[in-house]
Design a protein around this ligand. Structure first.
Ligand SMILES: [Ca+2]
Length: 198
C-alpha cells in the first residue's frame, strides 16, 4: 500500500476535492450572480415607473356613470394654478388624473386626484369647478377628501354641491409649516378663485 493509497483511503481523492471545491465555487458564484441580478432586475424604477411619492392626496369623486365634467384645481405656495391643462407646478402639486365624465372614459367611475409630493411650506388652495354638466341635473354632489401621509392624516372630507355650470368653489385651504405639518387653525374655505389666476 503506497502513501498515496493511505491518503486516498482515509481521505477523498484530491481530484474529487478539487471538483467539490470547483462545484462550491460555481454554486457560490451563481448565488452571487442571482443576488446581483435581483438588484439589476429590480433597480430603482425609472422616472415613469416611480410609484407616486404622494405626501398629501387630494381626491374628488362624483356620481358614477354620470356625464358631469368636474375639475379639481389646486394652488400651492408657488401660486401657480394646477388643473386641467396645467398639470403640475414645481415639485409640489400635480394633477394626476383628470376625469371628463363620459368623454374618453371607459370607466363608470368619476374620480380625479391631485398629489402634493413635497410638503413645501405655505398655503394650499383646493377648488372644484363644474366645467360642464352635459345635460345632467343640477346640483351635482362632489365628495372631496384631502389626506396626508402618516402623522398628517385627514385634513378635510366633505361633500360640496356644484349648482351651476362654471361654478368654482373653494373646498379647503390649509397651510403647512416648515416641518411640513398642517398649521393649527389654518384650515378654512374662504373663497379664492384659482381659475381667474391662470
Ligand atoms: Ca374633469
Amino acid at each position: 500500500m503506497t502513501d498515496f493509497d493511505i491518503i486516498g483511503g482515509q481521505h477523498e481523492d484530491p481530484a474529487s476535492i478539487a471538483f467539490r471545491d470547483l462545484l462550491f465555487l460555481m454554486v457560490f458564484s451563481l448565488v452571487v450572480v442571482i443576488f446581483l441580478l435581483t438588484f439589476l432586475i429590480n433597480p430603482v424604477p425609472k422616472p415613469d415607473d416611480v410609484p407616486l411619492r404622494t405626501q398629501i392626496l387630494i381626491e374628488a369623486t362624483w356620481p358614477s356613470g354620470t356625464a358631469y365634467d368636474v375639475d379639481l384645481w389646486g394652488m400651492g405656495p408657488d401660486g401657480i394654478p394646477v388643473g386641467w391643462g396645467i398639470y403640475e407646478a414645481g415639485p409640489a402639486l400635480n394633477l394626476e388624473r383628470d376625469d371628463r365624465g363620459k368623454i374618453n372614459d371607459l370607466s363608470e367611475l368619476n374620480y380625479e386626484w391631485m398629489s402634493i409630493r413635497t410638503r413645501d411650506a405655505g398655503e394650499y388652495v383646493v377648488n372644484i369647478h363644474l366645467y360642464n354638466e352635459y345635460k345632467e341635473p343640477l346640483p351635482v354632489p362632489v365628495k372631496v377628501r384631502v389626506t396626508g401621509k402618516g402623522d398628517i392624516g385627514e385634513i378635510y372630507e366633505s361633500e360640496i354641491l356644484l349648482k351651476r355650470r362654471k361654478e368654482e368653489v373653494t373646498v379647503v385651504r390649509f397651510t403647512l409649516d416648515q416641518d411640513g405639518k398642517v398649521v393649527e387653525d389654518s384650515v378654512h374655505d374662504l373663497h379664492r378663485s384659482i381659475l381667474s389666476e391662470r
